[in-house]
Design a protein around this ligand. Structure first.
Ligand SMILES: [Zn+2]
Length: 559
């Protein structure tokens, strides 16, 4: 039993806003109403603020693409992180794509206890799960890449929606994943022929009639009908391109009537005709997003400095390579998806980068419904996740933020509205942005709050910023499942996180459709395709809800 006493508790899901109260966690790792005998460790949190452990709704931390990135930028990887000072800790390599053990230590060391790996192909799911197991402390979930899966596209084009739904259910279970990720729907399939899908209502290259819009709407409907806890997670078409505001708003229209999560919205909120005229359209995007209560989003903020861009969006990565002349890696995943990798540096002198930096902050400030917008950098695409405290400072301190805006190139300042925004995040809004909101969007009922029955994932920070003015970079304590894993910013104990998966209902006859295809178009046999349950070390099946949450779940209210 652990009893945390004397700290100000921020638990917005339960309506607790800075109240000094005890939090008690049982030996079994759950929040309980009070002490119940046995030995009690008391943590004196006077002068500290207490949050539910952070939840990252969109990050990239495991799988083949990450390994490719690690290999592609050895100069970046050589920034060694020294974790070997305790016999329990394992060695790790740093850089923008830290190795598995280091990833867990870095997340926990910042106060984040749950992460959602946002892109897993079925073909590499076995490897991804092995890596996920090697990421210590944090709980994890994974999203399956489906929007360019050729078996599914064939079924949708043939009008076989019910079979496509069964296929998606079968694939989710075969890969032991948690939800569905759609990346540049149709565009990654087209990239196999060197093409893209820029027009939402034009047929996809290689298909007679099916369009990106149809893939988006039908996949969102499939996710709703399967009752998955997390809505369809969408990386939209036209990521990163000037003028993409039009297709982003059109995508919101296409999604009406379905739940959906819009990933890294910052990369989809640009005006202008080309790179020279690119400007922020964050106000228009925020206004449209606020109207569509069926949607949640994460922001995908960028920070000046190093990044590595890694995405299934192969055609975008080729364009980025042409723009930068940096190294470029392209991976093809037969029949399912693709992947591109380009190392990148965001420069505060660069007009486009300065606009991107501002757009992320504008969206976080203008979407004034923290239950529907969540903090991410689309790690490592917009910057390392360990830099989240820098973004929180910009959100909480308007004078500091305006000072940073004044450092941008004058031409960039004309193309943004950030200097006119006075909103400052409160502690309670930070707790929603970093934990309560994303936990609810992921459908993880025991995460993101500190009520009785919640997982004992708690982060405790000093109430005062450090000498550099930064809060939240250095947790005094982090508890994971009631175990103190971080003390004074140092990882002190290791635990093994769980993996959340789903087992949706699907018609098992779908196997008779899939099996013969393997003979014809896959390079591995059907029997070797699914990930066996025994490969997962601490799986937990989260139930699907086919009776709800319905097409227009409102996420804006406290429970
Ligand atoms: Zn991503």
């Amino acid at each position: 039993m652990v009893r945390i006493t004397g700290g100000k508790v921020y638990d917005p899901a339960n309506g607790v806003d800075g109240v000094v109260k005890d939090i008690c966690i049982s030996d079994a790792g759950s929040v309980v109403a009070g002490p119940s005998g046995g030995s009690v460790r008391t943590i004196d949190a006077a002068g500290m603020v207490i949050f539910p452990g952070g939840v990252d709704v969109h990050t990239h931390v495991a799988g083949g693409a990450l390994n490719f990135a690690r290999g592609l930028v050895p100069e970046n990887q050589r920034v060694a992180r020294k974790f070997m000072h305790s016999p329990e800790l394992r060695a790790g390599i740093g850089g923008m794509t830290p190795t598995t053990f280091a990833t867990g230590y870095l997340y926990a060391g910042m106060g984040w206890t749950t992460v959602n790996e946002a892109a897993v192909p079925i073909l590499s799911a076995k490897h991804t799960h092995e890596e996920m197991h090697d990421i210590p402390i944090v709980d994890k979930s994974t999203l399956l890449l489906m929007a360019n899966n050729e078996l599914m596209l064939d079924l949708l084009e043939g009008g076989e929606f019910e079979r496509a739904k069964s296929l998606v259910g079968w694939m989710l279970w075969a890969a032991k994943t948690y939800g569905i990720k759609a990346v540049n729907p149709g565009g990654v399939a087209a990239w196999k022929w060197g093409k893209n899908a820029n027009q939402l209502h034009a047929p996809i290259e290689g298909y007679k009639s099916i369009t990106a819009a149809q893939i988006i709407a039908q996949l969102a409907q499939i996710v709703d009908e399967l009752g998955l806890p997390h809505p369809m997670h969408l990386h939209q078409n036209n990521l990163g391109v000037p003028g993409n505001v039009t297709s982003t708003i059109e995508t919101m229209n296409i999604l009406q009537g379905h739940r959906a999560h819009l990933a890294h919205l910052q990369f989809h909120a640009y005006g202008g005709q080309d790179w020279a005229t690119m400007r922020s359209e964050a106000p228009a995007i925020a206004a449209e997003f606020l109207k569509n209560k069926n949607l949640t989003c994460d922001v995908g903020a960028v920070l000046f400095g190093d990044a590595v861009t890694i995405t299934a969006d192969g055609p975008w990565q080729h364009l980025l390579y042409e723009l930068t002349g940096r190294k470029w890696g392209n991976l093809d995943v037969e029949n399912e998806t693709g992947c591109g990798i380009v190392p990148y540096v965001y420069s505060d002198h660069h007009l486009v980068n300065a606009v991107q930096w501002a757009v992320g902050l504008e969206l976080l400030l203008l979407i004034d419904d923290p239950w529907r917008v969540y903090l991410t950098t689309d790690h490592p695409n917009g910057g390392g996740f360990w830099r989240y405290p820098e973004i929180l400072r910009l959100l909480m301190d308007v004078e500091f933020r305006k000072g940073e805006v004044r450092k941008l190139p004058p031409e960039a300042q004309k193309r943004i509205t950030l200097a006119d925004i006075d909103r400052q995040y409160t502690f309670s809004e930070v707790a929603i942005l970093t934990s309560a909101g994303p936990a609810r969007a992921l459908g993880l009922a025991r995460k993101g709050h500190l009520g009785v029955g919640a997982d004992g994932d708690v982060t405790i920070y000093s109430e005062k910023p450090n000498a550099e003015g930064v809060l939240f970079s250095y947790p005094r304590y982090v508890l994971k499942g009631g175990k103190v894993v971080v003390e004074e910013g140092q990882v002190r104990a290791i635990s093994e996180g769980r993996e959340f998966i789903v087992h949706p209902d699907f018609d098992p006859q779908i196997e008779e459709v899939i099996r013969p295809q393997f003979q014809n178009v896959y390079t591995i046999s059907f029997e070797n395709y699914p990930t066996e349950m025994s490969r997962l070390h601490h799986p937990e099946i989260v139930p699907c809800n086919t009776k709800g949450p319905g097409p227009t779940v409102v996420l804006s209210e406290p429970a």
